[in-house]
Ligand binder design. Structure first.
Ligand SMILES: Nc1ncnc2c1ncn2[C@@H]1O[C@H](COP(=O)(O)OP(=O)(O)OP(=O)(O)O)[C@@H](O)[C@H]1O
Ligand SMILES: [Mg+2]
Length: 236
């Protein structure tokens, strides 16, 4: 479904991605691991068109998208959920969710309602807090809102950046359950970026480990969990 080949990205003169190769098959959960600053977020941003790669290709469902604008890429039903969550604190939970449909301009009002109901089904707490300001939610609830908003455009592929950061373990496990259920039931494909490698490997099918802008290891979660090299590189 998604194929990234020889992806090179610069910020000014800094050569951040130095030839990243990875692929994600339809229905898979694939994690991209690695320590601070290795280029995980830059990889997602390069796929989404938020930064322009200087070399390499990003192919989604057979089409090359590496030169497309982020809004055009979003309309191909790829959803990017950034690490900083970007909840509008003065807008209500419901208004925040509806913003997620702006990338699906053809969606009818009835369909938006349907998507809203679906979001509330997976994240019942958001229904309870529907009229509250986004700024009044806890960290875990804000992350749920960020994910639910990212799903409002009915994406085929979700790029999810560090969803567990700053959350308590009990909330993380709740999120993992919901995300897994979403992938199974809604046939969603997920590329998950995480520093918490042990958790990401528990919920994924396969993974890649990034170091200094290059994929250093890849394989099944079992292989990666047992690899000494990965333990070292990800601090497992
Ligand atoms: N807008 C930017 N301008 C210049 N340098 C940047 C910019 N964004 C990121 N960088 C640098 O690029 C490198 C890779 O950043 P990136 O955000 O992709 O890392 P990351 O793997 O997501 O790290 P983290 O786990 O901390 O989120 C870092 O050295 C970072 O300082
Ligand atoms: Mg990052």
């Amino acid at each position: 479904m998604l194929e990234v080949k020889d992806l090179n990205t610069f910020y000014g003169k800094s050569h951040i991605l130095q030839g990243v190769n990875l692929d994600v098959g339809e229905g898979e959960i694939v994690c991209l691991l690695g320590r601070n600053g290795v280029g995980k977020s830059t990889t997602l941003k390069s796929i989404m068109g938020l930064v322009t790669p200087s070399r390499g290709t990003v192919t989604f469902e057979g089409k090359q998208i590496q030169k497309m604008r982020p809004d055009v890429i979003a309309r191909m039903r790829i959803s990017y959920i950034p690490e900083d969550r970007r909840i509008f604190s003065r807008l209500s939970v419901k208004e925040n969710l509806l913003i997620g449909t702006s990338n699906a301009p053809d969606m009818t009002k009835a369909r938006k309602e349907e998507m809203l109901e679906k979001a509330y089904m997976y994240f019942p707490i958001l229904k309870e807090k529907e009229s509250q300001g986004g700024g009044y939610l806890s960290g875990g609830q804000q992350q749920m809102l960020a994910i639910a908003r990212g799903l409002m455009c009915d994406p085929k592929l979700v790029l999810l950046d560090e969803p567990f950061e700053g959350l308590a373990p009990v909330i993380i496990w709740e999120l993992i359950d919901i995300i897994k259920k979403l992938c199974e039931t809604e046939k969603m494909t997920l590329l998950l970026v995480e520093q918490k490698a042990a958790l990401a490997l528990k919920m994924s099918d396969r993974g890649y480990v990034l170091e200094k802008g290059l994929v250093k290891c890849e394989g099944t979660c079992q292989f990666l969990s047992e690899s000494e090299e990965v333990r070292e590189r990800c601090g497992l």
